[in-house]
Design a protein around this ligand. Structure first.
Ligand SMILES: [Fe+2]
Length: 126
């Protein structure tokens, strides 16, 4: 059963969807079940993908990918960054050539973040 905020991908056409309201049914695309994406949370020694959250004050929160800036090239880049706090969620979509970072306005005590690399898939702070 799909749960809210889970992310699923179609291995055939590349559709990626996020669940807004979980249901009992199986998510299907191109005639086969979609694959639930599990976020990775630990960087290897080479490329860095785990989002870094920085509180700037006045509700401003900056999220950077990652501890060493991730490439933003045509063939390899961060497609989006999401900041979450409690029941709130905010997402910024990025393009090649931009910085791998996003600035959000969100109140909260505890933040988490997710990001999607077009090659290395889904990553999260926890
Ligand atoms: Fe990557």
């Amino acid at each position: 059963m799909a749960k809210r905020s889970e992310i699923y991908k179609c291995e055939i056409c590349g559709n990626i969807v996020e669940v807004l309201h979980g249901g009992a049914g199986e998510l299907v695309c191109c005639g086969q079940p979609m694959v639930k994406m599990e976020a990775q949370t630990a960087d290897s020694s080479t490329e860095k993908h785990v989002p870094v959250i920085e509180k700037l004050g006045d509700g401003k929160v900056k999220v950077t990918v990652g501890s060493v800036l991730h490439p933003m090239e045509e063939k390899h880049y961060i497609e989006w960054i999401e900041l979450r706090s409690g029941d709130k969620s905010c997402r910024a979509y990025l393009e090649p050539g931009q910085k791998p970072e996003a600035l959000f306005q969100m109140d909260g005590d505890h933040f988490t973040a997710r990001e999607y690399c077009n090659i290395h898939k889904l990553w999260a702070t926890e």
